[in-house]
Design a binder for this molecule. Structure first.
Ligand code: GCU
Length: 681
């Protein structure tokens, strides 16, 4: 009972499948006999409601016969049967899927749910069409499942077209405008819709001059992108500059100025006139040079609410990023700690954000490092809708030259029991309370996309697994290796290749951590582009990202007792767990403590020996990854095989560089030999 664009997509997908694989598509209205003759039934049963009311609340579609139609009654009978089996309430995006009375059935609350159910059916493969009765309900845990593109409309002289992009140019933009040919965008939208992504940010959070004009001058192009995403249940968002009213002719961008408020209200109205289901704005304000409310003596609640109120009449949302810190820090000043910044800026504002503001918080207090503690902000703003931000694009994790499966890292972050009542990061982001009841302030997960116009979409073909894993974890899957297995099954024709791909990817995040970032130390990368080792690259800079290694020891003292006090931002028990060297987990030791090189870890090794060992071991693991991949030769398409092989060759070179530089650098500092006698340069 739906003739909207998403339901049309489902019909088109089934039509395409029956054409390809045989069978025959029957759409309502038909007779009972037709319905009962179907092997597969897909049906929308109406919006959220109690058992028994689902059928009664189902409106007949315009121009269709009333609901006394026998086909609808037959489907409703099956649906009511199923509702009695499993679920009393239907939520948006929810679907039920399985075998029932000898048929394969997908029922959903709405068209998006039917789309997700259809793709879940596809994921099951042939098994979905036979076997005994077995029916399950599934629904997205997170209301918001969003990908942000850091795409510029023109090629930026330093950052290129896609900031931190490692897969070529933008699939959306060329020469300052939307591409003429959007067939690739349509494929991308289909891919994302198939795994439940429901929001996409179309441009870089750093809004440069050309992109500042998107809101006003390029709406027709943005509308074409919205048209490409809409059939897959995805709404589009634009990153906007807080200073936009200035380029619009005003003398101020002060959020409390009535002219500024009017300017934003008019701008929003203009967008919705062209794109009635526009999602809203993404904003990076007062961060790394982007303009914001501080210039006018206002705070971030004033800033976010200004935009929220402009969007509210149209149902739009503001994603306001919490990535605010001083990037003009003096390295001599030990009292300023970048890790503290987001909490210090935002927690005093809890309760002041409008309901259509989502605070977008990076998972860690620094910046998408291979290893950080989770951000304490996530548990500290119960009155604020909050989304956790992840980075699918591998800025600090090998830039899609290195095979690094991030599903493992994200799963660990999402199940970390951060809140005092034990709620995990993933539960807080989803707005779930302890008894799993959804709270009003539900939001979700956002990630920076890793897709570009590269032949393999993601540069490193195996990085596609990260895109897939983000979507599946945002949906609510919890086991990253099971998700990877699903991706492998859907990606490769030859199932015998699975062990090789697992061998390369399963533990690749830990491998990368081993040869790059010991015990919670990050940022030992080349400044600017962030690829490859540079132990002191950021050590005396203004960015606030230090390891403080000297001849005696390494690490940053962030304790309350003697350091920056960052541990105090955590709820119990973590404020005490991290405060003490005794209880701080090894993998975060140097994030929270400055210790001597000879400090003995829980593992029994000393800090310096740990650095020596993990860097050597991490490199050796990369060599094993290469050997495992070699066994896939001839079992995956040649171009795919060759590209992965080429990237693994670079990963081996780079890992060797990391190994030798870090082992040598810390040997020179500490003067302590490697107990194993391996070569140090
Ligand atoms: C990192 C990254 C920048 C990006 C920023 C952000 O600092 O290096 O390119 O703009 O994060 O998340 O805003």
């Amino acid at each position: 009972p739906d003739d909207g664009p998403v339901a049309d997509t489902v019909v088109a997908e089934v039509a395409r499948a029956t054409e390809q694989f045989g069978g025959h598509l029957v759409t309502a209205p038909v007779t009972v006999d037709d319905a009962l003759a179907c092997d597969v039934v897909l049906a929308i049963v109406g919006s959220a409601g109690e058992v028994g009311t689902a059928s009664a609340t189902m409106p007949p579609p315009p121009g269709h016969p009333p609901r006394t139609d026998p086909y609808l009654r037959a489907v409703q009978a099956v649906v009511e049967d199923l509702l009695a089996l499993g679920s009393s309430v239907l939520n948006p995006g929810m679907f039920g899927l399985g075998r029932h009375r000898g048929r394969t059935v997908v029922v959903a609350a709405d068209a998006a749910g039917l789309l997700y159910g259809l793709h879940a059916l596809v994921r099951r493969g042939e098994a979905a069409f036979s076997g005994p009765d077995d029916f399950v309900w599934d629904l997205p845990v997170n209301e918001i499942r969003m990908l942000d593109h850091w795409d510029n409309t023109v090629v930026h002289p330093v950052m290129g077209q896609v900031e931190r992009g490692y897969a070529g140019g933008s699939i959306f933009w060329t020469d300052g405008r939307v591409r003429d040919d959007l067939s690739r965008v349509a494929q991308y939208a289909r891919l994302l819709g198939s795994v439940g992504i429901n929001a996409v940010g179309l441009n870089n959070v750093n809004v440069h001059a050309a992109e500042a004009r998107l809101l006003t001058d390029h709406l027709d192009g943005v509308a074409r992108l919205a048209d490409a995403f809409r059939p897959h249940g995805i709404r589009v968002f634009l990153s906007v500059s807080f200073a936009a009213p200035l380029s619009g002719g005003l003398e101020t961008a002060d959020p409390l100025d009535p002219d500024v408020q009017r300017w934003w209200a008019d701008a929003a109205a203009g967008v919705y006139e062209t794109i009635p289901d526009f999602g809203g704005f993404v904003v990076k304000a007062d961060s790394e040079g982007q303009p914001g409310p501080f210039a006018y003596g206002r705070d971030h609640a004033d800033g976010a609410n200004l935009l929220a109120r402009a969007l509210a009449p149209f149902g739009g949302t503001v994603f306001w990023r919490a990535f605010v810190y001083d990037h003009h820090q003096d390295w001599r000043d030990r009292s300023t700690d970048r890790a503290r910044a987001a909490y210090d800026h935002f927690t005093p504002l809890d309760g002041r954000f409008d309901d259509n503001v989502v605070l977008q918080v990076k998972y860690g207090p620094m910046d998408f490092q291979a290893r950080e503690p989770v951000s304490p902000v996530i548990a500290a703003m119960p009155q604020t809708r909050l989304a956790v931000e992840l980075q699918v694009t591998q800025e600090y994790t090998g830039q899609q030259q290195h095979a690094v499966y991030l599903g493992t890292q994200w799963a660990e972050i999402l199940r970390f029991p951060l809140a005092e009542d034990g709620r995990a990061v993933g539960w807080i982001a989803a707005g779930l309370s302890e008894d799993h009841e959804a709270e009003r302030r539900a939001a979700g997960l956002v990630a920076v996309s890793n897709v570009g116009d590269d032949e393999f979409w993601t540069g490193h073909p195996l990085a596609q697994a990260n895109l897939y894993a983000f979507a599946r974890l945002a949906w609510g899957e919890e086991d990253p290796v099971a998700v990877l297995d699903e991706w492998i099954g859907l990606t490769f024709q030859d199932p015998s290749v699975a062990p090789a791909v697992h061998a390369v990817l399963d533990d690749s995040w830990h491998t990368y951590e081993k040869y790059t970032a010991p015990l919670g130390v990050g940022f030992m990368v080349r400044p600017g582009h962030h690829y490859g080792p540079d132990v002191d690259g950021y050590e005396y800079t203004a960015w606030g990202t230090y390891h403080l290694a000297d001849r005696d020891g390494i690490g940053v003292d962030r304790t309350r007792a003697t350091g920056t006090g960052f541990t105090g931002q955590y709820p119990p028990p973590w404020r005490d767990v991290y405060e003490s060297v005794e209880t701080c987990p090894d993998e975060l030791l140097l994030f929270f403590h400055h210790v001597p090189w000879t400090h003995v870890l829980h593992s029994g090794s000393t800090v310096i020996q740990h650095v020596y060992d993990t860097h050597a071991d991490g490199y050796d693991e990369v060599v094993q990854m290469m050997q495992s991949w070699a066994t896939a030769d001839g079992r995956v398409p040649k171009a795919f095989f060759d590209r992965v092989t080429e990237r693994l060759t670079e990963q081996e070179r780079s890992a060797r560089e990391w190994r030798d530089q870090l082992r040598s650098a810390f040997h020179r500092r500490s003067g302590i030999p490697d107990a194993t006698g391996r070569t140090i340069y």
